[in-house]
Design a protein around this ligand. Structure first.
Ligand SMILES: [Cu+2]
Length: 155
């Protein structure tokens, strides 16, 4: 098979680039442990109500202006509802779903996560600005999906 010199050059270049990208990604994932987390924290979605800490969803003060919010998501609500925290508080959300895949998006912040049945989702956020933040489910979860919302009030 006769190949044009230009074709050989481009083939070598593109193959080389793919190899370099794979090496960089592989190095970051395996040597630097920068890969996305996988199966980190699991839970039996049928037994959420009996499994700590989800047997007691709510807001808990755990330090100087630091709070822990244990939250369950279910068709079509967030538990607890209407969270209130003081300005500047750091909130650690610990969430799971009792049924299908839901979303946890806090408008006006960069919190935007999937909450899946069988998995525990953890997100920490410091609320430096006072106001009422709208929390919505952004994963279509059924006929009442558009009603699934709550608020976080920072004052
Ligand atoms: Cu939902």
């Amino acid at each position: 098979m006769k190949m044009h010199l230009d074709e050989k050059i481009w083939l070598t270049l593109s193959f080389g680039m793919i190899m370099i990208f794979m090496l960089i990604t592989g190095y970051q994932t395996f040597a630097r442990e920068m890969g996305p987390p996988s199966h980190k924290e699991t839970i039996d979605p049928q037994k959420v109500d009996e499994t700590a800490p989800f047997d007691e969803p709510g807001i808990k003060k755990i330090g100087e202006n630091e709070y822990e919010v244990v939250m369950t998501l279910q068709l079509f609500s967030f538990t607890p509802q209407n969270i209130e925290i003081p300005k500047g508080a750091t909130v650690h959300f610990i969430m799971t779903s009792k049924d299908v895949v839901h979303g946890f998006e806090v408008a006006g912040t960069n919190i935007n996560a999937m909450v899946m049945p069988g998995y525990v989702q953890r997100i920490s956020q410091t609320f430096d600005e006072a106001g009422e933040y709208l929390v919505i489910c952004n994963e279509y979860c059924g006929a009442g999906h558009q009603m699934m919302s709550t608020t976080i009030t920072v004052n």
